[in-house]
Design a protein around this ligand. Structure first.
Ligand code: GCU
Length: 657
């Protein structure tokens, strides 16, 4: 059944010219000599054989006269770089070959998946000639999975990790998970929530982690754990977790050694400290650097400590968007070499649109990693279609000043994506959400890939190669994130979702104890105007950016209207470049968002004959939900703004029913 379980690794049979070609070439994977074998190369051979058989779409091929030998040449090739590969067809030779070469075995596995991807997109063996390597060393998923099976901000069912039965039972899903990740170059997974429980570090869990690590090793995936900073107290019998206390340091050293004794290639720790009530070094008057460096010393050159920069505090009435920079910027240069500071794409929290995080332009002496959220906490969960490629392209290409893009800053380090996996048959809740997992992996591999190219690849492998169907699907994917921005938080508005669940509009909420949990903290609308003044007359968060960028953004006429209300508070009758007033433009944006979603539903319904009934119906139903809820967002938001500004709807606006 087409239930989505195979993700982008469906390898649906080729048709037409591509099928005929593959048939005549009858590629066969040349055996690997006993001395060169490894578990990774065994996977590569198995994947190639499985993929080719599936693409051919029939049983055993007839024995060909002169089949193309697919030769894996691994461990020798200079010049392809670590984990890189080259693909070289030599089809005209007397003994035709197709060579996958790499300097290490994982490079050969990546090359094998690349070959299958190209074939699945409909290209012939003779056209597939490329050299490629991952741009950045760390390409990690962060699972916000609790050990009890609940996934924080998960919309695809319970956790895929079966801690209960590990280490005795390894679910086949753990292998399929590794295949999916390896096929797009993901090379590490943090398997538990950043809001961590300390018992993940107990011996019984280390045994479970080891079983996963052993299963994933052939696929080049290292295991990481979120560590609770207070673990020495919680499970270690100490009465402090002060990072400068010798007993605490010794506890972490012993604990880390214990993990490495079981898992020699353990990736390291991810830490959320002094953020949203989590324990951290500041509980003892120490800095983030003191905490991170203490753990980094325990890990040594065996792995990495990834320290999150997502901090903001209830006691601090500074603009929330400023707080992480304020806390971390003074620590630039103080972190140990094996510490990475992981920064969310924007300064608040995974909103449909935010400007890039100012830390990316301000920490030249710190290894920074980008944190993206694949699961769509603030973009309609798995119910709304929103392909995040364009959002991530926007942040990666953003200029941080000094001619460095965000991608330039993070390429030496890496990227993390908060996973959207769950135990739903289709892994991600909706089939279209698989594209976000896919896009994350592809961008971590190559951050200059366009979201258009990624959407094309994914659609060809997931749904169809036929241009008449592929083109409209790609188009709707590429428009989908902007549609969500327009019907939820247009023109630079943010964080207007219901507090707690973050689904659905609640701009009217103003009375929660912590100011920054109130949507009205973010929009600041009243009779006269709307928006958050982050210029020097307001919070001056804008000063955290490069002066040239700050200067441009400080001018409400020069800033991209997409960020206007993030940085500026303007009157309702503020004149926009379009000639409309802010109020009229805002209403028009909501309408545009709704119209786009109606367009998606129409596009999709025209594709009925091209898509299998199971996935066609599942997506149709979700698009219908999105149509209803885009209107809910628009109508509730406009009604609320009207209750504040007393303005009539612009002439020609459709009245809510
Ligand atoms: C968001 C999210 C939380 C999460 C936090 C984090 O605020 O709502 O569930 O724990 O981000 O990234 O730490």
């Amino acid at each position: 059944a087409e239930d989505g379980y195979d993700l982008w690794l469906r390898f649906a049979p080729l048709d037409g010219v591509a099928a005929a070609k593959l048939k005549s070439q009858t590629p066969v994977v040349a055996p690997i000599s006993e001395g060169d074998r490894s578990s990774t190369l065994d996977v590569a051979v198995e994947e190639l054989e499985r993929g080719l058989t599936s693409l051919r779409g029939e049983g055993d091929p007839p024995p060909a006269q002169n089949p193309v030998q697919i030769i894996l040449d691994c461990g020798t090739e200079p010049g392809t770089g670590q984990s890189g590969f080259s693909l070289t067809p030599q089809l005209e030779a007397e003994r035709p070959t197709f060579r996958i070469a790499a300097q290490d075995h994982i490079g050969c596995l990546y090359g094998s998946y690349a070959l299958l991807r190209e074939l699945a997109a409909g290209r012939g063996l003779g056209e597939i000639s490329l050299i490629d390597a991952p741009a950045m060393p760390l390409r990690l998923l962060n699972h916000w999975d609790n050990p009890d099976g609940h996934v924080e901000r998960g919309y695809a069912g319970r956790s895929i990790f079966d801690w209960w039965n590990l280490p005795g039972r390894l679910d086949q899903r753990m292998i399929d998970y590794a295949r999916a990740n390896a096929s797009i170059g993901i090379n590490g997974a943090v398997v538990n929530n950043v809001n961590a429980r300390a018992f993940m570090l107990e011996p019984r869990y280390i045994a479970k982690l080891k079983r996963l690590a052993d299963a994933w090793r052939p696929y080049g995936i290292r295991i990481y754990v979120s560590a609770r900073f207070s673990a020495p107290r919680d499970i270690g019998g100490l009465d402090t977790a002060d990072p400068l206390d010798p007993a605490v340091r010794q506890w972490w050293q012993a604990k880390t050694d214990e993990i490495y004794a079981s898992i020699p290639d353990f990736g390291g720790f991810l830490v959320k400290a002094n953020s949203e009530g989590q324990p951290g070094p500041q509980d003892y008057g120490r800095s983030h650097a003191d905490g991170a460096n203490m753990m980094a010393e325990a890990v040594g050159d065996r792995g990495t400590v990834i320290w999150r920069a997502f901090v903001y505090s209830a006691e601090d009435d500074t603009d929330r968007a400023k707080q992480a920079y304020d806390e971390f910027k003074p620590l630039d240069g103080q972190f140990a070499d094996n510490v990475i500071v992981q920064v969310k794409n924007g300064p608040i929290d995974f909103q449909p649109r935010e400007p890039f995080h100012p830390m990316f332009g301000a920490m030249p002496k710190t290894r920074l990693m980008l944190e993206l959220q694949i699961t769509k906490e603030y973009l309609g969960f798995a119910s709304h279609l929103a392909f995040l490629g364009p959002m991530w392209e926007e942040v990666l290409t953003a200029d941080t000043g000094g001619e460095k893009s965000v991608a330039d800053v993070i390429v030496p380090v890496g990227m993390a994506g908060v996973a959207n996996t769950g135990s739903d048959r289709n892994w991600s809740g909706s089939v279209f959400d698989q594209a976000n997992w896919y896009a994350f992996g592809r961008l971590a591999w190559n951050p200059s890939m366009s979201s258009d190219a990624i959407a094309r690849e994914w659609t060809a492998q997931t749904f169809t190669r036929k241009p008449a169907a592929l083109e409209p699907i790609v188009r709707m994917m590429l428009e989908s994130r902007e549609a969500v921005v327009q019907y939820m938080t247009p023109l630079g508005l943010a964080h207007l979702m219901g507090t707690g669940h973050h689904y659905g509009p609640a701009p009217w909420v103003c009375d929660l104890a912590r100011p920054e949990w109130n949507p009205c903290y973010y929009h600041r609308a009243d009779r006269d105007g709307i928006g958050f003044d982050r210029t020097p007359s307001g919070s001056n968060a804008i000063s955290q950016y490069d002066p040239a960028i700050a200067a441009q953004w400080s001018d409400p006429a020069a800033i991209d209207p997409k960020l206007l209300l993030w940085f500026h508070r303007v009157d309702w009758d503020h004149r926009m470049a379009s000639g409309r007033t802010l109020w009229h433009e805002l209403v028009a944006e909501y309408d545009r968002g709704v119209a786009k979603v109606d367009g998606f539903a129409a596009t999709w319904s025209a594709l009925e004959s091209e898509i299998d009934p199971e996935r066609f119906r599942a997506i149709s139903e979700r698009l219908a939900i999105q149509q209803t809820e885009a209107r809910w967002w628009r109508d509730a938001s406009i009604a609320y703004w009207q209750s504040v500004n007393g303005l009539p709807l612009p002439e020609g606006t459709a009245k809510p029913p």
